[in-house]
Design a binder for this molecule. Structure first.
Ligand code: PRP
Length: 174
């Protein structure tokens, strides 16, 4: 059995409602186009799976693996690619999908990396933003929730690779 942290930050129902809203906005904003959603592994896989089903457009999906934390709870500040995109994104409308923006270092790195590949547009969608810890300016075009400076797990987010399978977002109290 998985022992689940008690404190719920965002319920399953609130997440589902927000995903529907984001999907509707993306559908309107990209009307007539076929954006490619890039899921940033691993944390975004649950959010991305729900988000694509809330978008009524001919989207395509790619994945990019990055690691910034390792198994520590603090950002190392060092971002590395663990899995590169399988297809070119030149000339495409690219929407990066992240689970959380914390220091913003991963986000900045992703923008630089993808911009260099010549997309026709590039935007960021993040489920969570933790502004108290953000160290570099970030542009989040589609944001789910702004959250306090707490260690959040569930709905794709982990602590030492655990808890990604929780249906809601919970606070891991130390
Ligand atoms: C998380 C998250 C972002 C990054 C954000 O990934 O998915 O990619 O941290 O942090 P930052 O704004 O401080 O750069 P993590 O390294 O925990 O890996 P994971 O997605 O595999 O869990």
């Amino acid at each position: 059995m998985l022992e689940v942290p008690e404190k719920v930050l965002v319920t399953e129902a609130a997440i589902a409602e927000k995903v529907r809203e984001l999907g509707a906005r993306i559908t309107r904003d990209y009307a007539g186009r076929s954006p490619v959603l890039i899921g940033v592994l691993k944390g975004s896989f649950v959010f991305l799976a729900d988000l694509v089903r809330a978008i009524d457009l001919p989207v395509t999906v790619e994945f990019l693996g990055v690691q910034s934390y390792g198994d520590a709870t603090e950002s190392s500040g060092v971002v590395r690619i663990t899995l590169d995109l399988a297809r070119p994104v030149a000339g495409r409308d690219v929407l990066i999908v992240e689970d959380i923006i914390d220091t913003g270092l991963t986000c900045r790195y992703l923008f630089e990396q993808i911009e260099a590949r010549g997309p026709s547009s590039l935007k960021m969608c993040a489920l969570l933003h933790k502004p108290a810890r953000t160290r570099v300016p970030v542009q989040i075009d589609y944001l789910g929730f702004t959250i306090p400076d707490e260690f959040v797990v569930g709905y794709g987010l982990d602590a030492a690779q655990k808890y990604r399978n929780l249906k809601d977002l919970r606070v891991l109290e130390s």
